[in-house]
Design a protein around this ligand. Structure first.
Ligand code: NDP
Length: 314
């Protein structure tokens, strides 16, 4: 099968991918963007985004991603459904990329914006009740827990946001926090503390999830002093951070200890010339939509410069 030739291939459709597409399209680089498994990325599973500049009253995650997508499409970005299944980056440009296991693409430059995925605790009982009470997406699954009892694990902004969202549906929300404080921003902490049906269980870890064939019924928790207690819950929501989606790039690009793609300082350039990375896939520190969007802009500009240099060398 003959490979399709493209100038710039963008992998991923979160704020980084779409912003890269907007900039690359406006620079006449005819970008082709593959959306991946979750078109729109992580923000499509969040509720209101209140801290993205330009939306004084906040905006729904889905709506914002749709706005970014249509903005990129307006400038001619070729946005496609499909998942990149294999990449060959080490031989240099043009890079051979496989999509959906069968389509081959040869790209002069690649922008990776594959983001990150929710972490789980790794308990066997967690996998057992996956989809039967265990979820990493409160916004997707919260609806099923109307007037029920649920727990959220984690003490960051995501956990607080999830607990607040769930508190509007469920009868009771426990937050299981392993430290004796919340890591979340002050405003989120205050909201949680002021919400009557949220109970924060500080210094608790989850030892086991309990249930039967019908699903989850409770969780066995252990306090840092060793005391154990059981809470009755129907839903268990993970909000303990993310890991980068870099499986495809192992052995081809330099990754840091946690698996994030390494980029040059103040640049989106990866360890392979012509391959750029932007957003949560290379940012373990900030993990904000606005930072990811800025990264996408940087990647498109870096890419444009790279292609110009390539052309002048020819
Ligand atoms: P964070 O890394 O900020 O928080 C993860 C939380 O999970 C921490 O409380 C951590 O505990 C806890 N945790 C990690 N591993 C375990 C474990 N094995 N068992 C129990 N608890 C665990 O991740 P978030 O997803 O909350 O946030 C990521 C970034 O996104 C942050 O910068 C955040 O500010 C931002 N964000 C902003 C939002 C907004 O402004 N609207 C919404 C959501 C996220 P510990 O503190 O002990 O390490």
């Amino acid at each position: 099968m003959e490979a399709e030739q493209v100038k710039v291939l963008i992998v991923g459709s979160g704020p980084a991918g779409y912003t890269a597409a907007i900039y690359a399209a406006r620079a006449n680089l005819s970008p082709v963007l593959y959306q991946g498994i979750t078109p729109g990325g992580q923000l499509t599973t969040t509720t209101d985004i209140e801290n993205f500049p330009g939306y004084p009253h906040g905006i729904g995650g889905l709506e914002m991603m749709e706005d970014l997508r249509s903005q990129a499409a307006r400038f001619g970005a070729d946005i496609r459904m499909g998942v990149v299944t294999r990449v060959e980056l080490t031989d240099g440009s043009p890079f051979r990329i496989q999509v959906d296991g069968n389509k081959e693409i040869l790209a002069q430059a690649v922008i990776i914006a594959t983001g990150a995925t929710a972490r789980y605790l790794g308990l066997p009982s967690e996998s057992k009740f996956m989809g039967l009470g265990v979820s990493a997406c409160a916004v997707c699954d919260g609806f099923f827990y109307k007037k029920k009892k649920v727990a959220v694990v984690g003490g960051g902004d995501t956990a607080c946001e999830d607990a607040l969202y769930l508190s509007t549906l469920a009868e009771k929300v426990y937050m299981i926090v392993r430290k004796n404080y919340l890591r979340a921003s002050k405003v989120m902490q205050q909201r949680v503390m002021q919400t009557e049906n949220i109970e924060v269980l500080f210094e608790h870890n989850t030892k086991e999830l309990l249930g039967d064939d019908n699903g989850l019924t409770g969780a066995l928790l252990v306090h840092s002093n060793g005391a154990e207690r059981t809470i009755e819950i129907d839903g268990f929501f993970l909000a303990i951070g993310h890991h980068p989606n870099t499986e495809l790039f192992k052995g081809q690009l330099e990754l840091d200890q946690e698996g994030y793609i390494k980029t040059w300082p103040d640049s989106s350039q990866t360890s392979v010339a012509g391959v750029f990375a932007a957003g949560d896939v290379q940012d373990s520190k900030y993990q904000q939509a606005i930072v990811a969007a800025a990264g996408g802009c940087m990647a498109a500009l870096d890419c444009e410069r790279y292609l110009m240099m390539q052309q002048s060398e020819e």
